[in-house]
Design a protein around this ligand. Structure first.
Ligand code: DC
Length: 239
């Protein structure tokens, strides 16, 4: 059933799923098409990780990590190329994708008190006209009352292949079989971790992108949003 325009709470569309399923690209494009705000929660964990690395906080010093998380001055706002991620006044987007930050982010994300400290910050992005939030636990924990939840999957083979092509394009030398193995191990850790495991919410629409192009997935999710939110989302000028 489509929602009516005078629902006062800002609507939320959550997009969760394992790494490499295309959540980031799909969420950014869907937010643009709907004219809604976007929350990249992976960037939230990565920013905390970067701040920790810069301040020399050890990955196993939970107390210091929680303290740092509570005080982190993290914002998403207009940056050098669209929406940027800022720590204080410094735009840090470019530094968030290194291997060092990825490893630290996954350690930081496994600490329950860190996750709890980030709940309010993430929920504050639920503002009009609406929010597209992507991550692992958007539909299960951060926005359990989201009006539309998508869980984006793709086979591990396909996700490893996509990652391989991305890295190749950047000129990095990579071995497909190794990426595949790493991804399988990461999936298992993410699905089986006790805090906020990467599993679909009971009321999520599971979308398998293994045999779909990026544009097809975006079109499908925009279609679901249009069905669910009715005239809370703009009409598509391409139709
Ligand atoms: O999606 P990503 O690779 O940018 O996420 C970075 C890390 O943060 C990764 O280890 C998963 C974790 N994460 C999480 O635990 N919960 C989220 N909502 C988003 C990311």
């Amino acid at each position: 059933m489509a929602l009516t325009k005078n629902e006062s709470r800002p609507p939320v569309l959550t997009i969760d799923g394992p790494s490499g399923a295309g959540k980031g690209a799909v969420s950014a494009a869907v937010a643009r098409r709907l004219g809604w705000n976007a929350l990249d929660s992976g960037a939230v964990y990565r920013s905390v990780a970067l701040a920790a690395l810069e301040r020399g906080v050890a990955a196993d010093d939970e107390q210091a990590l929680v303290e740092l998380t509570r005080n982190v001055d993290l914002t998403f706002r207009a940056g050098s190329d669209g929406i940027g991620v800022f720590l204080g006044d410094r735009e840090v987007g470019g530094s968030l994708r290194t291997e060092e930050v990825s490893v630290m982010a996954s350690r930081v994300a496994a600490i329950p008190a860190v996750r709890a400290a980030l709940l309010e910050l993430q929920r504050a992005y639920r503002v009009m006209p609406g929010l597209v939030a992507d991550g692992r636990d958007m539909g299960t924990i951060v926005f359990p009352d989201a009006e539309l939840k998508v869980f984006l999957e793709a086979s591990v083979e396909e996700r490893a292949k996509r990652r391989y092509n991305q890295l190749k394009e950047k000129g990095e030398s990579v071995i497909l079989s190794r990426l595949f193995r790493d991804m399988q191990a990461r999936d298992r850790r993410d699905r089986e971790r006790s805090v906020a495991p990467t599993v679909p919410a009971a009321d999520a629409a599971v979308v398998d992108s293994t045999h779909l192009s990026l544009d097809e997935v975006i079109g499908h999710v925009v279609g679901l949003a249009r069905e669910r939110f009715g005239d809370q989302v703009p009409k598509d000028e391409n139709q």
